[in-house]
Write a protein that binds this ligand. Structure first.
Ligand SMILES: *[C@@H]1O[C@H](CO)[C@@H](O)[C@H](O)[C@H]1NC(C)=O
Ligand SMILES: *[C@@H]1O[C@H](CO)[C@@H](O)[C@H](O)[C@H]1NC(C)=O
Ligand SMILES: *[C@@H]1O[C@H](CO)[C@@H](O)[C@H](O)[C@H]1NC(C)=O
Ligand SMILES: *[C@@H]1O[C@H](CO)[C@@H](O)[C@H](O)[C@H]1NC(C)=O
Ligand SMILES: *[C@@H]1O[C@H](CO)[C@@H](O)[C@H](O)[C@H]1NC(C)=O
Ligand SMILES: *[C@@H]1O[C@H](CO)[C@@H](O)[C@H](O)[C@H]1NC(C)=O
Ligand SMILES: *[C@@H]1O[C@H](CO)[C@@H](O)[C@H](O)[C@H]1NC(C)=O
Ligand SMILES: *[C@@H]1O[C@H](CO)[C@@H](O)[C@H](O)[C@H]1NC(C)=O
Length: 910
């Protein structure tokens, strides 16, 4: 049993089960919380030449402090403010406060200053003595400060260096050896250069969907803690099974092992370590007396939990997400101190399966999918970026809404993309609760990175901090060391070709020898992918930089193509797993009106719109997609067509992502002779917006669902109908099911001409939907819609089936103005279904006189958070009722007042 202890002596072993047990919180450990609101005038922020001296909020950031002091134009994302406030990032800012030290604290033998997040490069002074430095926003720093404290009044100053200036200097220093590329982000970004030289949110220097706000500040908790015995600093949590491949069908005994990282002030002081796991019927406890003989001790303590004491954690759509509290408690015997770490754990077993497609022919590649509790999971979801460019602006409610929206759209996986931040504890806890699996990137994206010793040391600490912080979350199923850097290097995105071997060596040093090695050491329970996109095991076989990281036969793929017809499935790659793909659009006009000047800026090519379009050629690409598919305004640059253009952009985006996602889901059941096929994941780019601007997002920065998010809810439904026109011109209808049940149901197919609500054809067929499969259920020959050939109107196939979202297929794109009849959509009635403090539901009864494509309902008010039961739909019935569910209490009049409805006909400027 000595293996339980790395640096200690076991005195006595006690193992027992209790039904109830009350835990104390930390006690005996002195702690001084240094956080404070600016209103209390405790923290001050001062610029380099001391001309600005303002109260500050901690945790917080300098932009918010300045804005609250009236020193920035408000609101922060208004018009060109991102440029006008850039001076902030070129200043050095010092954050200072004083604090009181009691004799109780001073009497402790070990006193640390704990900084959970310093953004970014700083030197920390206590009573004017330097106690340490920081250079990485993602590292938790703990400085030993006992020697510098005094009784009574003390001061702390954290001197931040301008992140822009620091990055520039680091680049210059590095460049004297060789330049670590790129030289800068594209000019369209309106950004700052060399984010890759500072360990800070990379997107805070601007991205193709977001502004540069390179902030400074103490953005997470900061406090002082003193103790005499020992405390639990971190705990990893390993939940393993007595069977090698636990599955939902097999009886299991779970071994719950906490790997506890203790910090010891007084070696040889006797103490007790205790592990308690709450279960369905009481808790399982293990307690052990120990003597910790060194300053840092790692202890493994464990209990067995039998399979019948807990229920399995499942991804959303596959089962429930029961969580069980796991607590680690250290009690020091001599000093009466206790230190507690509490975690919400889930019992699940995750595998990333990469097996031969055909073991007789290795050229056909490897599978790539997640298996949870023995069940293959089709990953459905999206990619997240930071919820706000300033971390202090992210509220609990914003995170909650985002995760709820993901769950509501039938998602089961989100990739936390590598150019942002390791997300808040709150976000991961919500992912645990909702069954949203997390693909966690390390924060390296779209760039080469330095690989000097100093940089690597800092990265190592970053990995250590984040893996230990996040380890227990059952939602996290995968680590990946970077975003697109393998592809960037292989594809010579930044002109690295001439110095390839140097950059390749750096690549391996950073991602493989440092990050992956460190992750594998700390967390053998999860896979750590080299990059995304990558070829998984094949990338490894090819020496970590694959010849073609975009291979369809291995790993994941990112795919973007804005120049081909995005509504056509055949342009999309037959990948195993699409971890990024998408199309741009703009937010709803009223979201934009909150940050632009309606009189000056509200037209498609205004200086303002171009300023907010960071993606080079983005406006032109969106225009092209609109022109390919929809009636396009005669003058798209006029103020009168502004709202039309925004609407059309949302329609083209929604339809393209729908076509692409349905293609990937169909591809689950297809295996081509080339070895391509068997797709098991579709994560579109991107879930959320950082500000109101052009982007690939399906949820706007104020929480409003774009049309795409409504489409996502349909195309990610557990069972869907998916029609498409095949290469011969016939229509194939697939059913795709993630359900474990076989379904038999009537599929109704109606053929409409856009000018009439009376179908040309209307028939029903009984079909079998195979469980967890994608298969063709119907082939509609060209003969069926022959009469559409010679018609001036165009035809639409409309599919309905009980309990499955409706689907539709335009046989010709609805592009000609003349074919779109005026449907005279009217709101017949709005009634209140339910009004409660935690949300109201309204029924909106609509009528139409003709087929109405892309009916889009919105509320002008930006402060109404909620969703419609469907949106952006094609209305084929004379009467249709949609529901709106608000997140908060909402009187019916307020809902009615701002309600707007538009359909394709409304945008035609005849
Ligand atoms: C202090 O710094 C600010 C911002 O860089 C600058 O605008 C101002 O002119 C400086 N003031 C003095 C007195 O140097
Ligand atoms: C900020 O501090 C750095 C390092 O101390 C110094 O080199 C630089 O001149 C300062 N920048 C400003 C704007 O005062
Ligand atoms: C500091 O702590 C001491 C001891 O608890 C107390 O007497 C004193 O009032 C405190 N001072 C301030 C400024 O809070
Ligand atoms: C603590 O010291 C600071 C810096 O010397 C001073 O500004 C502050 O007024 C002092 N606070 C108290 C409570 O004495
Ligand atoms: C694992 O544990 C279960 C439940 O206690 C037990 O039924 C099973 O026999 C064990 N399997 C092995 C391989 O030990
Ligand atoms: C759990 O597994 C670890 C590692 O194999 C082992 O050392 C420990 O004894 C196990 N715990 C229990 C309670 O069986
Ligand atoms: C925990 O379970 C394992 C596997 O079922 C078993 O071998 C071991 O003895 C158990 N340990 C304890 C402490 O009960
Ligand atoms: C937008 O396009 C119009 C018409 O071509 C042109 O007159 C105007 O200068 C353009 N505006 C901007 C800001 O590019």
């Amino acid at each position: 049993m000595n293996s339980l202890l790395r640096n200690g002596v076991i005195l006595e072993l006690i193992l027992f089960t209790v039904l109830e047990f009350c835990w104390g919180q930390n006690s005996g450990i002195e702690s001084v919380n240094l956080n404070a609101e600016r209103e209390n005038q405790i923290w001050k922020a001062v610029n380099s030449n001391k001309t600005i001296n303002i109260p500050a909020t901690v945790p917080g950031g300098i932009y918010t402090d300045l804005e609250k002091s009236g020193l920035l134009s408000t609101p922060i994302y208004y018009r060109f403010n991102d440029l006008e406030t850039r001076w902030v990032a070129k200043e050095n800012w010092t954050f200072s406060r004083s604090f009181n030290v009691t004799s109780d604290l001073l009497s402790k033998s070990r006193i640390g200053l704990v900084c959970h997040g310093l953004d970014t490069v700083s030197e920390i002074f206590v009573n004017d003595v330097s106690v340490g430095t920081s250079d990485n926003m993602f590292v938790r720093y703990i400085f030993s400060i006992k020697d510098f404290l005094k009784l009574g009044n003390n001061t702390i100053d954290i001197k931040f260096q301008s992140p822009v200036e620091y990055a520039q200097k680091a680049w210059e220093k590095q460049s004297s050896d060789y330049p670590v590329l790129p030289r800068c982000v594209p000019a369209n970004y309106n950004g700052e250069c060399h984010a890759n030289h500072i360990r800070k949110m990379q997107a805070s220097f601007a991205w193709d969907w977001g502004p540069a706000y390179p902030s400074s500040g103490i953005y997470k908790d900061i406090y002082i803690e003193g103790f005499n015995g020992a405390l639990v600093r971190d705990s990893l949590l390993f939940i393993t099974s007595n069977v090698s491949r636990p599955s939902y069908t097999r009886a299991t005994t779970w071994n719950v092992t906490a790997q506890v990282y203790l910090e010891v002030a007084d070696p040889y002081e006797p103490g007790t370590i205790r592990l308690e796991v709450s279960t369905k019927n009481g808790s399982v406890v293990f307690e052990q007396d120990v003597i910790l003989t060194e300053n840092q001790v790692v202890l493994n303590i464990s209990v067995n939990v039998t399979g019948d004491q807990v229920n399995l954690w499942w991804p959303n759509g596959y089962g429930k997400q029961p969580l069980y509290t796991v607590q680690v408690l250290y009690t020091s015997n001599n000093y009466g101190e206790t230190s507690l770490k509490s975690m919400e754990a889930g019992f699940r077993f995750v595998e990333l399966v990469q097996e031969d497609i055909d073991f007789t022919d290795v050229e056909k590649g490897l599978t790539f999918y997640f298996r949870v509790n023995g069940w293959p999971i089709y990953a459905k979801g999206s990619n997240t970026i930071p919820i706000h460019v300033l971390p202090e602006r992210v509220t609990q409610e914003m995170t909650e809404w985002l995760m709820e929206s993901a769950k509501e759209a039938n998602m089961n996986m989100l990739r936390i993309w590598g150019g942002g931040i390791y997300e808040s504890d709150n976000l991961y806890s919500l992912a645990d609760k909702y069954g949203i699996m997390i693909w966690q990137d390390f924060m390296f994206a779209c760039s080469m990175y330095p690989a000097n010793t100093e940089f690597l040391e800092s990265v190592k600490k970053e990995v250590d901090t984040q893996v230990k912080r996040l380890h227990y979350h059952p939602s996290i199923v995968l680590w990946a060391t970077n975003n697109e850097n393998e592809a960037a290097l292989r594809g010579n995105w930044y002109g690295t070709f001439l110095n390839y071997s140097r950059f390749a060596a750096d690549y391996i040093k950073l991602y493989i020898d440092t990050i992956k090695t460190e992750v594998n050491k700390l967390d053998p329970s999860r896979e750590c992918l080299p990059s995304s996109p990558s070829n998984g095991l094949e990338t490894e076989d090819e020496g970590w930089i694959a010849k073609n990281p975009y291979s369809n036969l291995y790993g994941d793929v990112h795919y973007y193509n804005y120049l081909a017809d995005g509504w056509k499935w055949s342009i999309y790659p037959r990948t195993r797993f699409a971890s990024e793909y998408g199309f741009q659009s703009w937010p709803y006009q009223h979201t934009l009106y909150s940050v632009i000047d309606k009189d000056q800026d509200a037209y498609w090519n205004s200086t303002m719109m171009n300023h907010r379009q960071h993606h080079p050629l983005g406006q032109a690409e969106m225009r092209l997609q609109m022109q390919l598919h929809l009636p396009f305004p005669r003058d798209h640059k006029d103020t009168s067509t502004f709202e039309t253009m925004l609407y059309l952009a949302q329609v083209t985006q929604s339809m393209a992502v729908k076509a692409e996602t349905e293609f990937y889901r169909r591809l689950k059941g297809l295996l081509y002779s080339s070895g391509e096929g068997l797709n098991m994941g579709a994560l579109y780019w991107q879930l959320n917006d950082i500000w109101p601007g052009a982007s690939w997002a399906s949820i706007e920065s104020n929480g409003r669902w774009k049309m795409l998010h409504y489409y996502a809810r349909n195309f990610f439904a557990p069972v869907i109908l998916s029609p498409f026109i095949n290469q011969k011109g016939e229509v194939e209808v697939y059913t795709i099911s993630d359900s474990k049940d076989r379904i038999q149901a009537l599929l109704r197919v109606r053929l409409f001409q856009l000018d009439s609500l009376t179908p040309l054809k209307d028939y029903e067929i009984l079909i079998d939907v195979d469980p967890v499969a994608s298969a063709q259920v119907l082939l509609i020959p060209i003969l069926f819609f022959e009469e559409c050939e010679n018609s001036v109107s165009i035809c639409l196939l409309y599919f309905t089936m009980f309990n499955v979202p409706d689907n539709f297929l335009f046989l010709t794109y609805p592009k000609e103005r003349a074919v779109i009849q005026n449907p005279n959509i009217r709101i017949e009635e709005i009634t209140s279904v339910e009004t409660a403090t935690n949300g109201s539901t309204f029924a909106v009864k609509l009528s139409t006189e003709a087929i109405a494509p892309f009916v889009f309902l919105n509320n002008q008010r930006n402060d109404i958070t909620g969703w419609f039961s469907d949106n952006g739909f094609v209305m084929v019935n004379p009467i249709q009722t949609v529901y709106f569910q608000s997140k908060n209490y909402l009187p019916i009049d307020e809902f009615k007042e701002g309600l707007e409805i538009v359909s394709l006909h409304d945008v035609i400027d005849l």
